[in-house]
Design a protein around this ligand. Structure first.
Ligand code: FES
Length: 139
């Protein structure tokens, strides 16, 4: 049912932890399954995401999705990170079962929530963030 990549990122998640002096922190949750994801970003003066850490209290697919999402945005610019959709995360994992697609939504939302926190703290505008629906629910 799960791809090798999903199993790998679930069993050996990359970038688990916290960044104490994070530039932006985002926490999102899914009300129906109760899973919670917290994403920490360290963004340098050039707007590059130098480091990413996450903590996910949730299902295996949510852990694999956050691990993959953290890998996808590490070393990327803010704008590149904005372009990471939940589908891109799921594709990078070689797919998720349809009933588990919502787990990848948490990963996209956690990235955007952390970027929103960063933009608010630094009073900067990030194209595409306003109007983003953090309550989107694909259950
Ligand atoms: Fe809810 Fe996976 S079951 S995030």
């Amino acid at each position: 049912m799960y791809t090798e990549k999903v199993m790998d990122h679930f069993m050996n998640p990359r970038n688990v932890g916290e960044i104490e002096d994070a530039s932006g922190v985002g926490e999102v949750g899914n009300a129906k399954c109760g899973d919670i994801m917290k994403m920490f970003l360290k963004i340098n003066d050039d707007g590059i995401i130098e480091d990413v850490k996450f903590k996910t209290f949730g299902c295996g697919s949510a852990i694999a999705s956050s691990s993959m999402a953290s890998e996808l945005i590490k070393g990327k610019s803010i704008q590149e990170a904005m372009e990471i959709t939940n589908k891109a995360v799921a594709e990078a994992l070689d797919g998720l079962p349809p009933i588990k697609m919502h787990c990848s939504v948490l990963a996209e939302q956690a990235i955007k929530a952390a970027l929103l926190d960063y933009s608010e703290k630094n009073n900067i505008h990030i194209e595409g963030l306003e109007g983003f629906d953090f309550d989107e629910d694909l259950h």
